[in-house]
Design a protein around this ligand. Sequence first.
Ligand code: 5GP
Length: 220
Amino acid sequence: MTESVHLNRRGVLFVLSSPSGAGKTTISRKMLEADGDIALSISATTRPPRPGERDGVDYHFVDVDTFKQMAADGEFLEWAHVFGHRYGTPRARVEELLAAGKDVLFDIDWQGAQQLYQEAGPDVVRVFVLPPTMEELERRLRSRGTDSDEVITARMARAANEISHWDGYDYVLINDAVDECYGEVKAILRAERLKRRRQIGLIGFARDLIRSVPDADTKL
Ligand code: 5GP
């Protein structure tokens, strides 16, 4: 039996964006549970924690001054104003994960996706998840039971704005059924991992395959 071959590859910076309520959180949670090779980038935010959210797990909750200082010190890979608060991706964790051979999952908005792409270009894969209809999105937002009518109205307006940036993404999925959508996200990640330019170990591997045939270059 031959030994299985493991080649080093460049990590994927996997961005999953969607308006809130479109199912992105469920999909990213499933991905992180099922796949030990991808880990979540934990953003810093000036938004106050919601019930149940934990500092350092869901977000790093910081005050505006701390956030501004972090931005001034170049600690963010990207940052943006969203819903009247600041959100940013700390650079250090992403670099550590990549150095450890992991892929990184980003739950960030279109502004973040754009900036990350400017920073890291071909390593970034941008996936956008759309709701099947706006009525369904509103129904999902209301079923959470956590937000007032005013907040829901603001979220719907924000969702329409977020959706208008769909064409800044590499893949756009419609989340009609969450399991199906999750399957599609997994397929995208799998294919992206296999891309030739990410498989940095391939050059040596292919060279060794060729060299293992005696006089391969002289018999052509
Ligand atoms: P929420 O406050 O509901 O957790 O997130 C609001 C929005 O901010 C979501 O669309 C989420 O994707 C986005 N977001 C979260 N963290 C970041 C970040 O670090 N950078 C950017 N640009 N957006 C973020």
